[in-house]
Design a protein around this ligand. Structure first.
Ligand SMILES: [Zn+2]
Ligand SMILES: [Zn+2]
Ligand SMILES: [Zn+2]
Ligand SMILES: [Zn+2]
Ligand SMILES: [Zn+2]
Ligand SMILES: [Zn+2]
Ligand SMILES: [Zn+2]
Ligand SMILES: [Zn+2]
Length: 1813
């Protein structure tokens, strides 16, 4: 009742009233009143959209002062010392590795900029999942990095909060929160699968309420404290949670909540009951059970029995608001506002702890919700957004680990999650396998859904205290190992033997990602804490559990000793855990390897799967897996790729090395060859059978096997190399493959064991190492080519001493990279003169000594089996047997050399080896002594057809003397050997394992295949030793008999270094030398062999087929070289075209094809057609044309007065004013003239085309126009288009491939005509003036008949049409009547003007450099003028208005002239003084009959100069002050001409006065004669330049250069205005160029009278004709300046912050790239702007990407970036976030391409934009 009363009152006063009530000592009535009010206001039955309740709360909390004011007051009590700013995805934040303690640390831009991070390793990044600012938190970052505000510890100076300020908040907020909770409860409906949409709706309705809560948290520490107290108070929760009294609605809500809670546990209530019942029967602790039980069940049972604390699996129970709020936050899949609300309070330390505990408590529930979520990506990001804040803090992580079993929960939850997608493993024994693996095609793996949980786990393991807990807890380790085993053997590949797979499964990516993230990353995390002796125990434990789990795995898959054929899995995480902990134990913890190894039998098993992967790699590269599709290659490549190699191939190789060092070497070697399936190949016979491989696969597989052995015995990554050494080797190998940019190198260097980021103190610095091994190549711009980035290239001494082909092979993802490294190596050797002939071989490199633990590895090189293989291969290579290659020889030699360099003390028969198999081949195992051991006879099994059979059968039978030897003839069978060894070891090691000896799968496969009857045993007579074979090979390679003389060795010793680099010959010499120095016997043997004179070897004869293989490689190499040369030639040809066509700078090619210009020969001009190849004249019937590109351009219009480029604004204060550009100035002038004068006259008095004019350029190539048409037809039919549209007439020049879109017909011409134009004339000017007038009269008689229209004239009209279509209508219609002939006329002559003006710009704005700079550029202006002139004939100038008359004649009387003006009912004509002289010149030239004689042209120029000069005087006088004007006009000289006294008020007086002064050379006034002369010249210069250029193009006159200060006189001389030989010593006066045919004063007074009394005379007279060269905007040096201002700037059109902001670099306009917001008429803003700003050319800087895109018409291309980092690299999309600086050179290139209109030619990758940019 009371409440009802209150409700009716004004909210504000109610609040004030209640507050005072509550402040009384007895506040019970106040409390009651408030409660009643809230009861009725906060009614959850009202729809949440009704914000009345919210308004009430705000008022109550704020009291009388109002909410805004209240906020301010509360904020003033903020005592927070942490920033804690929470942000969401896409926010731009910073990370400083120098200041960070945790790698997850991040700072808001404000804190970053207010802190001092100069010289730190920081970067900017775009937040993916959201985050929070860590400034002020010394747990996460060093205090030195705090910003100024948070370093000050503001907390201490803040006054304490007055009690009553927050009193109301404390009372109201609990009710408000429970109200929200009730809405949330109500919104939830069971079952939750269908609720997806409803949840979103509920959230939307609650938006204002949650936003209010979020606002409260931003009010600083004081309010946060109130909130956190309410949220964590258990009593409040108890009181309010159930709902009050008999409120039915609240009751229902509460039940809803309880039922939601029930299903929150890992195990549902029913399941739990089941498990409990099943417990007793679950006796065996491994959980292995009867067949038939489904896997899921079996595993789950096992899991629940192995979890320590079953409470982890239970349903949730809540004790405070926070818990329930988090619960609903999860249930509603982390609504953004909710997350921000909860995170905003984290700076409150107590809250942070409670919140973390609550989060951990809900962890299993989070996982369950995540797995069900439809939008797991978003949810993942939100989860990590929270968890990163909590778990990055070590104290907190440790705290919850200890108190809330965080580790148990995480491992259990991960395990539980993976169990949902297990399948039976098909590895090995498909039928009976009991192993289960994850199914990689399940969404959980494919979508990486597990990512947030794994990432949390990795995060907490990075804390030493937490990791220790984990490593000490054996049951956790066990649990973890069973988790890892879910990935062991996943994604099994089965080799397809018959059909190509129908569907290439892409599951492999999920598999690799899962192993890396879920297995390897936690492993690396744990390993970082096992680095010292003190942690030995941890390692031992892990190793023990690894072995146990491996044993379980072997048993489960039913593996004994033979692999099931044709399968491979790349995933062996258990092996790799074992390997890496072993490596760490030996390397860092000083543990003895022996103590960590299992028995020999286990070792033999362990080696099988990693070895199988190595063999499979070779098979995949030998195309044996082609039927499995491309994906299998993808796996092979991923396996060795830089992000995976540390966690995959490296541990595998290391494990194999460990096995090799402990197992019998003969066994190991034979296993390798067997696994690579090349056993059959290893026979001395010339012919053999291979049951496992096709013929073409034998060679690559043999190469693979040998390469693998070389890698195995020489790689030292885990066998003794220090971390620095490893980093160096990695870096060198990547740099040798290719020059690299800094970032790509950073990416290519594997992360472990050296974290590259430098987070770990003391780890070797990447940068230091880089500068030690590499030279920096600064970015250069290749003309006409692509932009280069800054690159690092190996130093010379690195090539010389450190290039390691073995490391390169290990790290190559693409096979071509090995070749690339070798090519670069050869190039280096050639360049440095170290090796100049032939192809060098991979250099041999000495290795880091083995760690003593792995000494056993060397025995691999000293075993008879390997020696027999080497001997056999040397023999076969010498005899050119099939399938041998240079690569095989190279690897064999490498193995020999490794053996020589790594000697082992021979165990002198200490072990009892009753029947050593190969004793008959070699006496011992030492390579050095076996080298010179001579093998006499070898027994081989060959088919009867083999050459040996016939040849060898007779001799042994006859020579009975040798018969005894045959008994000793050598037999060799690798397979039999391996089997025997295996059994021997098994028998020795395990007496009881009798059942294991005969495995059930015991190879029906590897027994020598059913020995076909046609095989016969033969005995070969050999009589060779390895040494003798080497010497014979030396002869063979050098193609010389006795290539090594007997004394050769003595000469050799002198310089051992010269052997380091070279080819096969060098390698053999090096080996022989080493053998000789190390053993006397070898030395003697070598000398003996060399001393013998060998009969000429003619091995090729024996087997002509075999020769092929040996030479194949060589021929392939040669073919490749040939091809490369061809390509290079082609490229350079292309390039030279580009250069001659476009390089404005290049002075060389002085126009051999410069068609319009230069001396023309007597005969007709001939053109070559680049299509048909014929050459001939251009005729009316069959015209020839120039290939041209027409494009609209606004470059001229963007010129400014100032030579300095405008600055790009980077603050709100700065601005760009567009009014002072050339385009704008001309528009204003024309509009002004149009407001006074007759429109048609205006349109002849100016030029347009400053904006949107058409520029014509050509590559200079010509073609028949009919040939062009058929060419276009063929292009149209060509399906594969290269980014241009034929429909728009686009094509590329058939010869030089330059982009073009039209053909400009060439004038049929005979040079005689040209000559006649040139004739010098001595006619008087007055005569010429008359002649010109007559010629203009003729205009009408010009043949414009349509009947005789020829092909040529048709084509001319077509190109005119093309020109018009090139630009937009609005750039053509300046007149008042759109489309009128006047408009057209103006547009046509302006095209000529535009092209002349642009050429001037390209020449640097003046003609001082003469012909040299510009002439190389092919010009089509002459042809263009011709075409324009032909078109202009269609128009005629009314002779009454002919400007020529007014230019050269004094009108009969002033009255008449005036009367004409008045008679005209329209406006008057434009006065002569306002007319543009260059425009008039072009009009005259184009409208007079062609060809125009030069004398007439000169006459035009002269007459117009008079006008131009008068205009100059007028403009000058207009600038004078009235006093000055007065002074000049009344000066003595003027008085003589009393005629003009009456015009005292007109500037004309002054003009005349000035003119007279100059004629008589007088001086006085402020304006000195010099300064006046200077400004007159400046005023006239543009006219002279244009005239001169026109003359150059029409008559081919050369432009002669001159110093800049003499340009005026130079040009005047060139145009014949001055005496050809002016005296250079005398000052030159512009007035001396005047040439009047009538009285100068009459004419001038006539001109002046036209302007007398007109308004705005001043403005029109004073015009600026000089424009600076066009510039793009001036950009700041540091990209950050641009980025910070523009990335959050709102668009002026749509007022929103664009998702993809872009900037026009021409005018500075800010646009929404791709934004629908600013789309108009289906055109996005960027494209739209390009049309208006650049006449369809746009240059935009994409703010968020730092790259520039070019829009040209309907196409666009990515140009690249003008901002580079410290390493000269671009950072597209700002992924690395390193500081970027302007590359001035690149920007200049961009500007130059813009000005020269060469975007189309230089940039190659164009695509259509469909108006969508
Ligand atoms: Zn700060
Ligand atoms: Zn901050
Ligand atoms: Zn820093
Ligand atoms: Zn042709
Ligand atoms: Zn061309
Ligand atoms: Zn623009
Ligand atoms: Zn916009
Ligand atoms: Zn917009």
């Amino acid at each position: 009742m009371m409440a009802a009363l209150l409700l009716r009152r004004d909210k504000k006063s109610t609040a004030a009233h209640l507050k005072s009530d509550l402040n009384r000592t007895d506040n019970s009535s106040g409390v009651r009143q408030l409660q009643e009010l809230l009861d009725s206001v906060l009614n959850p039955e009202k729809p949440p959209a009704d914000t009345e309740a919210l308004d009430w709360c705000k008022c109550l909390i704020a009291g009388e002062e109002g909410f805004e004011e209240f906020c301010k007051t509360v904020r003033s009590y903020d005592n927070a010392t942490l920033c804690g700013l929470v942000w969401t995805a896409n926010f731009v934040a910073y990370r400083c590795r120098t200041c960070g303690i945790s790698p997850c640390m991040s700072l808001c831009a404000e804190c970053f900029n207010n802190g001092d991070h100069t010289g730190h390793d920081f970067n900017m990044f775009r937040s993916q999942a959201g985050g929070a600012c860590d400034c002020g938190d010394s747990n996460v970052m060093r205090e030195t990095g705090f910003c100024r505000r948070h370093r000050l510890r503001t907390g201490e100076n803040v006054p304490s909060v007055p009690r009553d300020l927050l009193l109301m908040s404390e009372m109201v907020l609990p009710r408000f929160i429970i109200c929200i909770i009730q809405y949330l409860r109500d919104g939830y409906t069971e079952p939750d699968t269908s609720a997806e949409r409803d949840l979103q709706k509920v959230l939307q309705q609650l938006e204002p309420q949650i936003t209010f809560l979020e606002e409260l948290t931003k009010m600083g520490g004081a309010m946060r404290t109130v909130l956190t107290k309410i949220l964590t108070n258990q009593q409040t929760f108890k009181d309010l949670s159930m709902g009050q009294e008999e409120n039915v609605f609240a009751k229902k809500n509460y039940e809803n909540y309880l039922s939601a809670l029930k299903n929150s546990g890992l195990v549902s209530v029913e399941e739990k009951a089941q498990t409990g019942a099943a417990e007793p029967t679950q006796g065996s602790e491994t959980g292995e059970d009867q067949d038939g039980q489904s896997i899921g069940q079996r595993k789950r049972v096992k899991l629940s029995s192995s979890t320590k604390d079953p409470s982890i699996m239970d349903s949730l129970k809540h004790k405070c608001f926070l818990e329930e709020l988090l619960f609903w936050t999860i249930k509603y899949e982390f609504p953004q506002k909710m997350v921000t609300f909860l995170l905003n309070m984290l700076p409150d330390q107590d809250y942070k702890i409670t919140f973390t505990k609550t989060f951990v408590q809900h962890y299993a529930f989070i996982m369950k919700t995540l797995m069900k979520s439809q939008e797991s990506d978003t949810m993942s990001n939100r989860i990590v957004h929270i968890s990163v804040q909590l778990f990055s803090n070590e104290d907190l992580a440790r705290h919850v680990t200890e108190e809330c079993q965080l580790l148990d929960i995480m491992v259990t939850v991960l395990l539980y999650m993976m169990e949902s997608c297990l399948i039976k493993s098909e590895l090995q024994d498909e039928e009976n396998s009991r192993h289960v693996v994850v199914n990689c095609s399940e969404a959980l793996l494919k979508n990486n859904t597990y990512w947030p949980l794994v990432s949390d786990f990795i995060n907490i393991l990075s804390h030493q205290s937490v990791a220790k807990k984990f490593l000490e807890d054996h049951s956790l380790l066990m649990l973890w190992m069973s988790f890892v085993s879910f990935f062991q053997g996943m994604n099994l590949n089965k080799r397809e033997l018959s059909e190509h797979v129908e569907f290439e499964s892409q599951t492999y990516y999920a598999a690799f990602a899962a192993e890396l993230e879920a297995c390897a990353q936690p492993m690396w995390g744990l390993l970082t804490h096992c680095k010292v002796k003190e942690t030995q125990e941890y390692t031992k434990t892990v190793v023990r559990y690894c072995l146990e789990t491996l044993q379980i795995w072997f048993d489960a898959i039913g593996f004994v000793d033979e692999l099931a054929p044709n399968q491979v899995t790349f995933h062996l995480p258990l092996h790799r855990y074992y390997a890496m902990f072993l490596s760490k134990a030996v390397k860092c913890q000083g543990l003895d390897l022996e103590s960590l190894l299992p028995d020999q039998e286990m070792l033999m098993r362990i080696m099988v799967h990693p070895l199988q992967i190595q063999a499979s790699l070779s098979e995949i590269h030998s195309n044996m897996w082609v039927r499995n599709g491309l994906q299998i290659k993808g796996q092979a490549m991923t396996y060795v790729q830089s992000h995976f190699c540390n966690s995959m191939i490296d541990p595998d190789i290391f494990l194999l090395q460990v096995c090799a060092s402990r197992l019998d070497p003969d066994y190991f070697i034979s296993s390798v060859f067997e696994r690579f399936k090349v056993v059959d190949l290893l026979t001395m016979a010339s012919v053999h059978q291979n049951t496992a491989l096709d013929g073409e696969q034998e060679r690559p597989m043999l190469e693979g096997a040998l390469t693998f052995l070389v890698i195995l015995s020489s790689l030292r990554i885990h066998l003794g190399m220090a971390d620095d050494e490893i980093l160096r080797a990695e870096m060198v190998s990547q740099l040798c493959m290719n020059d690299r940019t800094h970032s790509s190198l950073l990416d290519l260097i594997p992360e472990n064991p050296n974290p590259k980021s430098g987070i770990v103190p003391g780890s070797c610095s990447f940068e230091e190492m880089l500068s030690a091994v590499a030279d920096f190549k600064a970015p250069v711009f290749e003309l006409g080519g692509s932009m280069q980035q800054g690159m690092y290239t190996p130093k010379a001494e690195v090539w010389e001493k450190e290039f390691d082909p073995i490391m390169v092979i290990l790290r190559t993802v693409y096979r071509r990279d090995v070749q690339s490294a070798m090519d670069r190596y050869s190039a280096f050797l050639k360049q440095s003169g170290m090796h100049t002939t032939g192809n060098p071989w991979p250099p041999y490199k000495e290795r880091t000594p083995l760690h003593p633990c792995y000494k056993g590895l060397d025995r691999l090189l000293h075993c008879k089996t390997l020696h027999i293989v080497i001997f056999t291969l040397l023999y076969k290579i010498w005899l050119d047997h099939s399938n041998m290659s240079e690569h095989v020889l190279c690897m064999v030699l490498y193995l020999i050399e490794l053996g020589l360099d790594n000697q082992v003390e021979e165990d002198k028969g200490d072990e009892v080896r009753p029947s050593h198999c190969h004793d008959s081949w070699f006496p011992g195992t030492n390579l050095l002594s076996n080298l010179h051991h001579v093998i006499n006879y070898v027994r081989v099994r060959v088919p009867e057809t083999a050459p040996e059979v016939k040849r060898e059968r007779e001799p042994p039978a006859s020579t009975s003397a040798e018969a005894s030897n045959f008994g000793q003839a050598q037999v060799f069978s690798l397979v039999a050997e391996r089997r025997r060894k295996f059994q021997e070891i098994i028998n020795r090691s395990s007496t009881e394992a009798s059942q294991a000896v005969r495995p059930k799968s015991s190879s029906t496969r590897w027994v020598p295949p059913g020995t076909p009857p046609q095989l016969v045993t033969e005995i070969l007579e050999i009589h060779e030793s390895m040494l003798s074979l080497l010497i014979k090979l030396h002869q063979k390679l050098s193609a010389k008999q006795n290539s090594l003389s007997a004394t050769w060795l003595e000469d050799m010793d002198a310089n051992p270094n010269r052997h380091a680099h070279g080819d096969g010959i060098t390698a053999i010499e090096r080996i022989l030398t080493k053998a000789a120095t190390r053993s006397h016997q070898s030395k003697r043997s070598i000398q003996e062999i060399c001393g013998k004179v060998f009969p000429p070897v003619a091995p090729k004869k024996n087997s002509p087929t075999a020769k092929k293989t040996m030479d194949k490689e060589e021929r392939r190499q040669r073919a490749r070289e040939r091809q490369q040369k061809l390509l290079a030639e082609f490229a350079s040809r292309q390039k030279s075209f580009m250069e001659t066509a476009m390089d404005v700078e290049s002075p060389d090619t002085e126009a051999a094809m410069d068609l319009g210009a230069s001396e023309v020969k007597e005969s007709e001009v001939l053109y070559d057609c680049v299509i048909c190849g014929q050459s001939g004249p251009s005729t009316e019937d069959r015209p020839t044309g120039l290939v041209v590109l027409l494009q609209a351009s606004s470059v001229l219009g963007h010129r400014c007065k100032s030579d300095e480029a405008k600055k790009l604004p980077t603050t709100d204060e700065e601005r760009i004013y567009p009014a002072d550009t050339c385009g704008a100035a001309h528009d204003v002038r024309l509009a002004l003239m149009q407001s006074f004068f007759k429109d048609s006259s205006c349109l002849q008095s100016v030029s347009i085309g400053w904006d949107g004019g058409v520029y014509v350029q050509t590559c200079g190539h010509t073609l028949h126009i009919d040939c062009h048409k058929s060419y276009m037809e063929s292009l149209r039919n060509d399906q594969v288009m290269q980014g241009f549209s034929v429909d728009k007439g686009e094509f590329t020049c058939p010869l030089c491939r330059q982009f073009a879109n039209s053909v400009l017909p060439c004038r049929p011409g005979r040079s005689t005509e040209v000559v006649s134009w040139h004739m010098p004339s001595n006619k008087k000017t007055s005569v010429l003036v008359k002649e010109v007038e007559d010629l203009q009269e003729q205009l009408g008689f010009f043949p414009v008949s349509t009947t005789t229209e020829s092909n040529l004239s048709k084509e001319m009209e077509l190109v005119i049409k093309d020109i018009k279509n090139t630009t937009q209508r609005k750039y053509m219609d300046y007149g008042k009547n759109p489309g009128s002939p006047d408009n057209d006329f103006l547009f046509m002559y302006s095209v000529a003007r535009t092209n002349l003006e642009l050429e001037l710009v390209h020449r640097g704005g003046n003609l001082c450099s003469g012909g040299a700079s510009g002439a190389a550029k092919r010009s089509c202006l002459n042809q263009l003028f011709h075409v324009l002139a032909m078109h202009m004939r269609l128009y005629s100038i009314d002779s009454a208005y002919n400007p020529w008359t007014r230019l050269t004649q004094v009108a009969p009387s002033r009255d008449k002239m005036n009367s004409r003006v008045c008679l005209d009912d329209e406006r008057p004509e434009v006065p002569m003084l306002f007319r543009d002289c260059p425009s008039l010149l072009i009009i005259f030239v184009l409208t007079m009959p062609q060809p125009l004689r030069k004398e007439h042209f000169i006459c035009l120029v002269r007459m117009l100069y008079n006008l131009q000069y008068t205009q100059a005087l007028a403009a000058l006088s207009a600038k004078f002050s009235p006093e000055e004007r007065q002074a000049w006009s009344t000066s003595g000289t003027l008085k003589k001409f009393s005629l003009f006294f009456y015009m005292i008020n007109c500037p004309f007086n002054t003009i005349c006065a000035l003119l007279l002064c100059f004629l008589s050379q007088l001086s006085s006034s402020v304006w000195s004669p010099q300064s006046i002369e200077y400004s007159l010249q400046q005023f006239c210069l543009p006219y002279l330049r244009l005239s001169c250029l026109l003359q150059h193009h029409l008559y081919g006159d050369n432009l002669s250069g001159c110093p800049e200060e003499e340009e005026f006189s130079g040009l005047a001389g060139c145009l014949g205005l001055l005496d050809p030989a002016p005296q250079p010593s005398n000052p030159m006066y512009s007035a001396s160029c005047l040439d009047w045919t009538v009285s100068a004063f009459d004419l001038m007074s006539q001109w002046c009278s036209e302007v007398t009394g007109l308004a705005d005379t001043q403005t029109l007279l004073v015009q600026d004709l000089q424009w600076a060269s066009p510039h793009l905007l001036h950009l700041p040096d540091n990209y950050n300046t641009i980025f910070q201002y523009y990335h959050k700037k709102a668009c002026t059109a749509c007022k929103k912050v664009p998702k993809d902001p872009a900037l026009c670099l021409v005018c500075g306009t800010f646009v929404c790239l791709k934004g629908l917001c600013c789309k108009q008429h289906g055109i996005c803003e960027c494209v739209w702007h390009s049309q208006h700003c650049g006449a369809a050319t746009g240059i935009f800087l994409l703010i968020n990407a730092s790259v520039i895109i070019i829009i040209r018409g309907h196409r666009f291309c990515l140009w690249g970036s003008v901002y580079l980092d410290a390493h000269g690299e671009e950072d597209r999309d700002l992924r690395r976030g390193k500081p970027l600086f302007l590359c001035v050179e690149r920007y200049r290139v961009l500007e130059q391409q813009w000005v020269s209109h060469t975007f189309d030619h230089i940039n190659k990758r164009w695509g259509p934009h469909y108006n969508g940019l």
